[in-house]
Design a protein around this ligand. Sequence first.
Ligand SMILES: [Zn+2]
Length: 65
Amino acid sequence: MLKKDNGARSNKGGGNMRTRITLACTQCKQRNYNTTKDKKAHPDRMETKKYCRFCKTHTLHKETK
Ligand SMILES: [Zn+2]
């Protein structure tokens, strides 16, 4: 007798663990960018150089809540 295995592996939530973060300029503290990151790949706060339109130059941007 063949029995159908139904719903053994349901597809919940997509499986992509991306977290929304905000990047703030470390010079003027403006929050210039919204992005997402993979929390498994970057468990710590991210820091990245990006253009700040308030400072009118590239500055270090840090992840903030
Ligand atoms: Zn700035």
